[in-house]
Design a binder for this molecule. Sequence first.
Ligand SMILES: [Zn+2]
Ligand SMILES: [Zn+2]
Length: 419
Amino acid sequence: MKLIYAVRTMAAVGILTALLTQRGAAFTQLARWHSDEKYHYLESNGLPTHKMMVGITAWQQQFPLPQDFTGGNAFRIPRNPVMAANPISAKSALFSGAIAVAVNGVPIFNPIKNDGVTDTLLAGELDEFGGHCGRADDYHYHIAPLHLVDTVGVANPIGYALDGFALYGLTDPDGTTPKDLDSFNGHTVNGVYHYHATKTYPYVNGGLRGVVQVVNDAITPQPQTFPIRPAGDPLRGAKIVGFTWPGPNKYSLEYELTGRRYFVNYQMNADGSYTFTNVDPGGASTSQTYQRPAANPALYTVNSTGLATGYVTRVNGSQQTTEQFVQRTGNAASALPIDVANGQVYLILYGSNLGANANGTATVGGVSTQLAYAGPLTPFNGVAQYNILVPPSLVGAGKVDVSVTIANRASNTVNVTIR
Ligand SMILES: [Zn+2]
Ligand SMILES: [Zn+2]
């Protein structure tokens, strides 16, 4: 069965690539596939070629900008998905980040937004294609991109959940209406599980029936997005009525407010910065340019009190042992006090937003200390690992704050407990 799945998937990938090429100028987006033994990789700039944002009536003043979902920040789709013992429902979790990716390289998020209750479609937050922009000006869908059925044909998936199971449109590959969909919008046909789109909630895969890793309520790893400017505020009463591409890397969004038309024209400049120009109904304009900043390092936490996630490595002469500093009881996590009186103790912490190996410093309990390693946690794309020497002087300190600074950029503060 695994072989059949793989063959079918590769056929779909080949067909999609061909279609994208045929459509030529009208379909010039970046959506590239490649594979190794474990994963299909989907690289894109995160932007579709259809009009974006038109029809939105609850707008946060975010604008679609290209993202860099390439290389180590590409989508990874497991080639041999595995059914999970405890599937994760998107009704109660995964409100952060993508749960699937459309075959055009646009992320698909939980249809419920990150407040955990709002149905984005019913709230008027989505455009005619089911998408909108997040706080990093990152375009994504919250419902199934059914328009892609016209591109790939009913026999092929319009996307993949991040567990690796395919997402089809409203019909099965043979054109029949799917029967017996489970609460995740999925079923097994000829021994292969897959999801379907629906016109009502959950619209897409209603969670992940397959094995995925979840960190901070987001499937990990998945492509990261980086904002170039502060997040926008809601513009009450505005309705987006137009979106055009006046030229390469140029975009124009038109909205209506109290019966008058406004434009926001924006473009990427040669140096990678972005210039936004607001044009008011009288034709007067104001401009602002934003540089793309490097991302700050981020440390992951396991609970609402900021407890770090990772483990401890203790070095005693040539002996090296591993210990936990987080106690898990069901879904709850609490701190296990760390003994720093024996040997050299390193905190091995997980985080994000760090591409290459980097140099920096760390602070534990207010004491500056050695950051022995800061870099990717292979093979988990997008996840960083930080190895931090715990100063022995902190014996008996109790709960202490931990942070790292790389290239003058400080991380968030997390904590551990030292006995
Ligand atoms: Zn969203
Ligand atoms: Zn089906």
